[in-house]
Design a protein around this ligand. Structure first.
Ligand code: FES
Length: 64
């Protein structure tokens, strides 16, 4: 599923980039993109949080 429409980033790409990320900017940087409209930022932050709270959280999202 696309999370960031502006950059055509899917949940699994963002989850894969979120492991150990300290911020939303980190995740975008790892994907080689920059936030544009900002609508997806809460969702990206949630993906990072899921990754932090569960060792396999990002992997679960990536596998979906
Ligand atoms: S939807 Fe991600 S920056 Fe616009």
């Amino acid at each position: 599923m696309y999370i960031c429409i502006c950059n055509a980033l899917r949940d699994r790409e963002l989850a894969a980039a979120s492991g150990g990320a300290r911020s939303v900017a980190d995740v975008f940087r790892r994907c080689g993109r920059r936030p544009q409209c900002g609508k997806c930022l809460p969702d990206v932050a949630q993906i990072i949080e899921t990754s932090r709270t569960s060792d396999t959280g990002a992997q679960k999202i990536a596998a979906e």
